[in-house]
Design a protein around this ligand. Structure first.
Ligand code: UFG
Length: 328
């Protein structure tokens, strides 16, 4: 019989791609999502329960009904700027929602837990390449809430028998190769979909937030990882836990950073269109450079990103941009 895996936030960008990978690997992904930011159209690979993690009673009912054997926890609010303006929303949703999930998981003896964390917890760093031991300096309520959830998970592992794999991903981008699912945020804040909007005429130009960073061309540098590679890592993390291995934290990056200007140039190359650029002030809460080694995930999980070169990421994102859409 197929194993049921609870996927919180399975109607969101990364959660839906992870659900597809689970489904293809022979699992039954059970999506729970409040649809506050996710899309029901993206739940294509297993049952769907519209539940908010803040609703402890309904959450318990989902566990009783589906009896999941493991959990992948993606559900979270994730806009840095919004988190600065409305910190209470982030602490309530991300922290209390995760606490409810942990409590329910432990009550139901569902103890293998994969968590979606973020490189944003590292904040501004002097080191060029970040690794899992780089000191953390979260710069905004969003990243602080993610770090707090990491700590909470760790405490549950010490006293309640929970086992975890935490993934700190760098900048997730791209879309499903079959174009069944893709990136669709409302409002959109991420660089690659916004540059594609500028190409397709949905926006007049792309704003570059900051040209005075201490980087080679003055713009921020990020490590872009294909969403399908991130999803594959979750499957490997799940198998790692199901084999009885120890709890772990892994960075998911490629070791290569690209500046905002380089990303725009790559979009121009892939789409064969020119992009109009507007140079603006820095965006509050941004770090100048976030690039990671993923040697630990490679060594222990055997994770190798295979679609994460920038051309491929943008090619897949562009295909999705032209062909895919969701409606509530
Ligand atoms: N940028 C622009 N113009 C835009 C949008 C973005 O210049 O219109 C710049 C940003 O300033 C940043 C880079 O492009 O330097 C990437 O920005 P994104 O918004 O695409 O991604 P972030 O690095 O800010 O953060 C994203 C998510 C976070 C997550 C982080 C790491 O928003 O939730 O990736 O995964 F924590």
């Amino acid at each position: 019989m197929k194993k049921n895996i609870l996927v919180t936030g399975g109607a969101g960008y990364v959660g839906s791609h992870a659900s597809k990978v689970l489904y293809k690997a022979g699992y039954n992904p059970i999506t729970i999502d409040s649809l506050s930011t996710g899309w029901s159209d993206s739940v294509k690979f297993g049952p769907f329960e519209q539940v908010d993690l803040l609703d402890l009673k309904k959450l318990n009912e989902v566990f009783l009904k589906h009896k999941p054997s493991s959990i992948m926890h993606f559900a979270a609010l994730s806009q840095v700027e919004e988190s600065i303006i409305e910190p209470e929303k982030y602490w309530r949703n991300n922290l209390i929602g995760s606490l409810n999930l942990l409590e329910t998981a432990v009550n139901h003896k569902c103890l293998d837990f994969v968590f979606s964390s973020t490189c944003a917890i590292y904040g501004d760093q002097d080191s060029v390449i970040i690794n899992e031991n780089t000191p953390q300096k979260p710069k905004n309520p969003y990243s602080s809430s993610k770090r707090a959830v990491e700590e909470m998970i760790h405490h549950y592992s010490i006293s309640k028998g929970l086992k975890y794999v935490i993934f700190r991903y760098f900048n997730v981008a791209g879309a499903d190769t079959d174009c069944e699912i893709g990136e669709f945020h409302n409002p959109e804040t991420h660089l690659i979909p916004l540059v594609l909007d500028a190409v397709s005429g949905k926006r007049q130009h792309i704003k570059i937030f900051g040209t005075d960073y201490k980087t080679f061309d003055g713009t921020c540098i990020r490590d872009y990882v294909h969403v399908s590679d991130i999803a594959e890592a979750h499957l490997l993390g799940l198998k790692w836990l199901n084999r009885g291995e120890a709890s772990r934290v892994y960075n998911l990056g490629t070791g290569h950073g690209f500046s905002v200007r380089e990303v725009i140039k790559c979009v121009e190359k892939v789409t064969n269109e020119n992009v109009s650029v507007l140079e603006c002030n820095r965006r509050f809460g941004d770090c100048s450079q976030l690039v990671s080694s993923s040697s630990l995930a490679n060594k222990e999980l055997g994770w190798t990103p295979i679609r994460s070169n920038l051309d491929q990421i943008i090619t897949d994102a562009w295909r999705w941009h032209q062909n895919g859409f969701y409606s509530k």
